[in-house]
Write a new protein. Structure first.
Lengths: 289, 300, 477
């Protein structure tokens, strides 16, 4: 297993020095502390979920009195969270598809096709990154209502097809692709769209994976626009419910913590499935920025 | 001559086709980003009655908004957020990256663990941490302090603590992910370089200062500006955690914008004015940044 | 004085009503109007998180509606009103047909044409002249058109956790609480409770706008009424705010003392909202909470305090006044409702017992409501009626008595003080109350988080800021 050369500043032979070994011990200790800091709040919220209201408010013990799953079961069925999970799933899947197709095509135009005037678009997209999006939520919501798209997933899905960040990530990736391969395709007489789907996309699996992961995470966590658009309907997502709970004070604090647990389970599962892609690919994309 | 014309025509049709391919994305960007932003800028110069524009009043909204105490407070707070965010949130990921990068075993485990909080929904994170900073005896930090014999404290009622607390929560969520970006940047340094430096007698510390840190200089600059942009837009964190209190000590500019729009007065004109001001500040900061980095940036 | 005349006119109108509208007292199973065809969305439907009993109750209402108006479709659409999310919905045409805003907002909504007119529908049901004139004033425009109906009135008082009173020795030989009659006593008793039990004497929800809301009542009792009112209209018709009267300064100094002199407040007052205040009282972390008669189910059935450990007392008096804030929520309607929808909505309100009719179905509804309350451990106490209809009110009281699950002595002073006039009811400050509360909340937060904060300076700043707001929004509009 020693075939790969060690990375890092501390080299093997440094470890002979006592002071470096002590320092190294300290590094490992710090890393362990970090792990505890990162994981402890999650463990705590799960433990808190076992408490009832009185215990949650008054108890000075981190460990609940009972480990019965009943409170979770009650919250789950009483609040009908299964339905919200399904809604979130639909929302997330549609958002990812839109994020890939629309941002990908725009990125393809800016990064590879580069028609006359594409620089303006590129600059506009860059500038959009800087703009606080929250203020425009009111005019945006009015637009959505005026088109009669309220209380449906369509506007939310499409909103993920207009993400400046994703466009820029695509552009950066496309610009790094070897021009020769793309031009070879073009000479074969393939149309621009064919080139995109047959040559560019297959080469772009890493960036697509990364943007999918970003979009999944963003869509799952999204609540402001979904709250306005999906309000009242049967389409509310998990995070919209959580936001409603936090603003409308209709659920008790203990139920709130269990809802937090439910909202975190899917991202955590996803995280453990894709941890390698997340901690390696996602990061190496970010670095090019 | 004829050939050139043909090329020109082909070029034109190709241009048109290219624009057609970009069209769906452009329409969506227009509908979801550009038009609403434009509308906001327009609204900021109008007297509004809920979402209707009553009459054009030029810069009156801006004058009225800027002249108020709460704007100055929010502006100061937002810079305070930025300060704490740079103090706590900027160096920490670099430190994490160095620490994890130096571990010789279980590196993957450490990476995974510090990245985990980044996956969690922001709203859930804020609600979770609100229980940590509760001033009641049942607040998680108070319980932990109790185990080491410290009396219960209050946290969110202290006007000089709320901003750092909110930044601590944001850092808890984001630092690990940023650290991994730095780690990827640091990986670009060839191990031979360290070997060579070591043979020349450079200590571990010297190698960090002279080789490792310079390797992430450009990356750090980019992340710095991104961090400032994002912390300038901080809004729902104080909204959910403290509602801007105590005594507006955690009120951010974007939250002030939200209050104008949705806090009971429905003054979208003034709300838009605040948002436009935030945008202008960000533009200026970005311009300054890209001025100092103009050689390296290929984006302008 | 003219109680008799009033009764006579009531009887007359009742007779008129009976003859004009024979279906008014129809049994719940009879079809009333099969031709009325429309769909209404109901924002007052209980949320998914509500108790099952409450949800069943509304399903029962829906079944009655289905029999009486077979072609009216009811769509449950739970909606927790807030001004911020309502406006875009009303503009976009997606507001629920019926929703329940607090009494602070109707005039704003009416003036901006964001709510629907139900005057004609009310006339059809013969109840137009029955609600008290103060409500008519709140819910009508300048032409007398009606846009809303009172839902439930409330009067602010104080909730007590009797366990903590007992623990602190604040009970008489009968086990009744020795409770504070004045704000001064409240501070002193709170201190005793803090010392004896280690819990907060008073929970004060000082987040966002709640703090200012409660503070206005305290300020009234310090004398901020009449010439010293927090806001008033001068001779020129301009709205003027006055936070720096000696009375208001004294009231704010009292707030500061509650923290720094008596130390009776809950630790996180600045982040405590309405629900967490009830939680702290209900779970025994605080002994007193300024709250109204309509939220007695919060600390009890919702947060787990047994009804026998709970009491409701009048709002403590101040040196210069005995006021209690009276208000409530109303029903209002989407701006785009059709006349048919208006009628269907009134029919629905009649079914859920919110119009002043007492027929078997409404009595049954009330019984079901009180039974449900008793079952889930919420105190069954009389509601303060928003209708000027004595017969109706008396009959309602009789039903309450049947289901009573509480020792009414724990509530008697509260209700007596209202009927015998020892407490004067006062509605919220007239204009832009939410913004006024927000400004005052910020001052309160400053007072209770900074020892030795300058009361006058903080109030003057808030006054300037709110005056500017008034100038912008009304005076110079």
């Amino acid at each position: 297993m020693r075939t790969e050369q060690r990375t890092g500043v501390i080299r093997d032979y440094d470890m002979h020095s006592a002071s470096v070994r002590i320092g190294y011990g300290f590094i490992v200790f710090c890393c362990c502390v970090m792990v505890v800091l990162a994981v402890f709040p999650l463990l705590w919220v799960v433990l808190a979920g076992f408490k009832d209201l009185k215990e949650f408010v008054s108890s000075t013990s981190l460990i609940p009195q009972s480990f019965s799953l009943k409170p979770f079961d009650t919250t789950w069925s009483q609040l009908g969270i299964a339905k919200n999970y399904l809604n979130s799933l639909i929302f997330v899947v549609g958002s990812v598809i839109c994020a890939l197709i629309f941002n990908g095509l725009l990125g393809y135009g800016i990064g590879i096709l580069k028609p006359r005037g594409h620089k303006i678009v590129k600059r506009l997209v860059m500038l959009s990154l800087l703009m606080p999006t929250t203020i425009s939520i009111v005019p945006l919501f009015m637009n959505i209502q005026n088109l009669g798209m309220g209380n449906s997933f369509a506007p939310l899905w499409l909103s993920y097809g207009a993400n400046a960040m994703y466009v820029i990530l695509f552009v950066q990736f496309f610009e790094s692709l070897p021009v020769s391969i793309i031009e070879a395709g073009r000479i074969d007489g393939a149309s621009q769209l064919q080139t995109f789907f047959h040559i560019v996309l297959p080469l772009s699996k890493p960036i697509c994976a990364v943007i999918s992961i970003f979009a999944v995470n963003a869509a799952w966590s999204d609540f402001l626009l979904p709250y306005l658009v999906l309000r009242g309907g049967n389409l509310q997502t998990v995070m919209v419910r959580l936001f409603v709970f936090s603003t409308e004070q209709t659920v008790n604090a203990d139920t709130m913590m269990r809802s937090v647990v439910f909202s975190m389970i899917p991202p955590i599962i996803l995280f453990f499935i894709f941890q390698k892609q997340l901690t390696e690919n996602a990061v190496s994309v970010g670095i090019k920025g | 001559m004829h050939r050139q014309k043909g090329v020109l025509r082909a070029k034109t049709t190709e241009n048109i086709k290219s624009w057609l391919i970009m069209l769906p994305g452009l329409i969506l960007m227009t509908f979801f980003v550009w038009e609403p932003l434009f509308e906001s800028v327009r609204m900021s110069m109008y007297k509004t009655r809920n979402v209707e524009l009553v009459r054009f009043i030029g810069l009156d909204n801006f004058i009225s908004v800027v002249g108020k105490d709460d704007f100055m407070q929010a502006l100061a707070n937002t810079f305070s957020y930025t300060f704490w965010s740079l103090l706590l949130g900027f160096a920490l990921p670099v430190l994490l990256a160095i620490l994890i990068g130096e571990t010789r075993r279980s590196k993957g485990f450490f990476r995974t663990a510090v990245y985990l909080p980044n996956m969690l929904p922001g709203l859930a994170v804020i609600i979770l941490w609100s229980a940590f900073f509760s001033g009641e005896k049942s607040g998680v930090l108070n319980i932990l302090l109790g185990h080491v014999g410290v009396a219960p404290q209050t946290y969110l009622t202290r006007s000089d603590w709320v901003v750092p607390i909110i930044i601590i929560i944001a850092t808890w969520k984001g630092a690990g992910a940023t650290a991994l970006i730095y780690m990827a940047g640091m990986a670009s340094v060839s191990p031979e370089l360290y070997e060579a430096a070591a043979i020349d007698g450079a200590t571990v510390w010297q190698r960090i200062i002279h080789i490792l840190l310079p390797s992430i200089k450009k990356l750090a600059g980019t992340l710095l500006i991104l961090q400032i942009i994002s912390v300038f837009q901080i809004m729902y964190e104080p909204m959910v955690l403290t509602k801007g209190g105590p005594d507006n000590a955690s009120l951010s500019l974007m939250q002030l914008m939200w209050q104008y729009a949705f806090g009971g007065s429905m003054n979208y004109g003034k709300a838009s004015a605040v948002a436009v001001i935030v945008t202008l500040i960000l533009l200026v900061m970005t311009a300054i940044y890209s001025y100092f980095n103009r050689k390296e940036s290929d984006w302008d | 004085m003219n109680k008799l005349a009033e009764t006579v006119s009531l009887l007359l109108s009742l007779c008129l009503l009976l003859s004009a509208c024979p279906s008014a007292l129809a049994g719940s199973d009879e079809v009333i109007d099969a031709n009325l065809t429309c769909t209404i969305t109901l924002g007052n439907w209980p949320p998914d998180t509500a108790a099952q009993a409450e949800k069943d109750l509304f399903e029962g209402y829906r079944a009655i509606m289905a029999r009486q108006y077979p072609n009216v479709t009811l769509i449950p659409d739970y909606y927790s009103y807030s001004l911020s999310n309502y406006v875009p919905m009303a503009k976009g045409g997606t507001a629920p047909s019926i929703f329940q805003p607090p009494f602070t907002d109707p005039q704003l909504l009416i003036s901006q044409h964001l709510v629907g007119d139900v005057t004609d529908a009310l006339e059809q049901f013969g109840v137009l002249d029955k609600f008290s004139s103060s409500y008519v004033e709140m819910l009508a425009d300048e032409n007398g058109r009606i846009y809303g109906l009172p839902r439930d009135g409330y009067v602010l008082g104080m909730h007590l956790n009797l366990n903590l009173f007992r623990e602190a020795g604040l009970v008489d030989e009968d086990g009744m609480p020795i409770y504070p009659r004045t704000l001064q006593e409240m501070a002193e008793y709170g201190k005793i409770i803090r010392e004896k039990t280690g819990k907060a004497g008073l929970v004060f929800p000082a987040s966002e706008t709640y703090g200012g809301w409660l503070f206005t009542n305290i300020a009234w009792n310090f004398g901020c009424v009449g010439e010293s009112a927090l806001e008033y209209q001068d001779e020129d018709g301009r709205w003027v705010c006055n936070f720096t009267s000696p009375e208001c300064i004294a009231a704010m100094e009292f707030m500061r003392d509650l923290k720094w002199k008596y130390d009776i407040l809950n630790v996180d007052a600045t982040t405590t909202d309405w629900a967490s205040a009830h939680t702290l009282l209900g779970t025994g972390e605080a002994a007193m909470n300024f709250a109204a008669d309509d939220s007695v189910d919060q600390p009890t059935s919702n947060k787990g305090l047994p009804v026998e450990d709970f009491a409701l007392i009048p709002f403590p008096a101040g040196d210069a006044g005995r006021y209690a804030l009276a208000g409530g929520t109303c029903y209002m309607f989407a701006p785009n409702i059709t006349p048919d929808q208006g009628v269907a909505l009134m029919a629905y309100l009649k079914v859920i017992g919110k119009l002043p009719f007492l027929d078997e179905q409404i009595v049954a509804g009330m019984r079901a409501d009180y039974a449900a309350k008793r079952d889930r451990g919420a105190p069954v106490i009389p509601a303060i009626s928003a209708w000027n209809d004595e017969e109706y009110n008396a009959a309602k009281q009789a039903i309450v008595d049947e289901y009573s699950n509480v020792d009414m002595r724990l509530y008697a002073d509260f209700f007596d003080s209202i009927t015998d006039g020892t407490i004067a009811l006062k509605s919220e400050e007239p204009v832009f109350a939410q913004q006024l509360y927000r400004e005052l909340t910020a001052v309160i937060q400053r007072m209770i988080t900074r020892e030795g904060a300058d009361v006058v300076k903080a109030l003057r700043n808030a006054e300037e800021s709110f005056q500017e707001y008034l100038d912008d929004e009304i005076n110079d509009y």
